[in-house]
Design a protein around this ligand. Sequence first.
Ligand code: FES
Ligand code: FES
Length: 79
Amino acid sequence: MIEPVRASDKPYVIEVEAGECYFWCACGKSATQPFCDGSHKGTGFKPIKYNATESKKVSFCGCKQSATQPFCDGSHKNS
Ligand code: FES
Ligand code: FES
């Protein structure tokens, strides 16, 4: 299993909109973090889809080590 790129040492806090669909970057290579820009091609990673059911702030994982992807679970503090 290849390791994802550590895009950030902390989460990206994003205001999401109810009814919108987001694709979280799992590979860490996207230039438009925390979302996928297609750069995962050939890495074996695929983006994770997130459907926002309400408008609110969401902490998306930037270190790509979270066990609760696409959300930050605090794992960025461990490494
Ligand atoms: Fe990282 Fe698509 S660019 S998953
Ligand atoms: Fe990845 Fe917090 S940024 S677990």
